[in-house]
Design a protein around this ligand. Structure first.
Ligand code: IMP
Ligand code: MG
Length: 171
């Protein structure tokens, strides 16, 4: 296991999250927004994003994992569902990183069945070169190359989530 190299420092990351917050607020003027954070990776980003929005924000969470051996089918197991009804609500799914897009494709379809008024996706990071599912992503912090990243919520075997920046593991 090599050293952690900084890919996006704290100042740059938080400046971008502030911009994303302003954009989301502008796009939802006067509306209440339900943020659904995907545990655990989204928590730092979700907190920072929410602090940069003046509209009312309701926070809810889901915990999902891919079924072992069936990754290619995109079937996802729900370990924890959202708590409150989102019927008629304006929802934004908040994610740390979109890689193949399988997780959020499934989650978005699942949440659509709960009849929200609208449903969008905000992700801190995206690896576009890895995408296998066609997925509309409404707000992207940074598009990055195919590196395994950690920090600001992202982990490697549950470690490094508390790093205040995005780093990658130099092999
Ligand atoms: P997807 O279903 O392939 O889009 O996978 C997305 C999930 O994989 C994210 O929510 C992360 O939990 C995890 N993931 C993907 N890439 C990375 C990475 O570079 N570092 C840490 N976790 C990652
Ligand atoms: Mg995740």
């Amino acid at each position: 296991m090599g050293e952690i190299e900084i890919l996006i420092n704290k100042a740059k990351l938080e400046k971008r999250i502030e911009e994303m917050g302003k954009q989301i607020q502008k796009d939802h003027e006067g509306k209440e927004i339900v943020f659904i954070g995907i545990l655990k990776g989204s928590v730092m980003f979700m907190a920072e994003l929410a602090k940069n929005i003046k509209s009312n924000i309701i926070l809810d969470f889901m915990d999902v994992s891919s079924y072992e051996g069936t990754e290619s089918t995109g079937t996802i197991k729900i370990n924890k569902d959202i708590r409150d009804s989102i019927e008629g609500k304006d929802v934004i799914i908040v994610e740390d990183i979109i890689d193949t897009g399988r997780t959020l494709t499934y989650v978005k379809e699942y949440l659509k069945q709960k009849n929200p008024n609208s449903i969008k996706i905000a992700t801190m990071l995206s690896k576009p070169s890895r995408r296998v599912m066609e997925l509309q992503v409404d707000y992207i912090g940074f598009a990055i190359e195919d590196k395994f990243v950690v920090g600001y919520g992202l982990d490697y075997n549950e470690k490094y989530r508390n790093l205040p920046y995005i780093g990658y593991i130099e092999n």
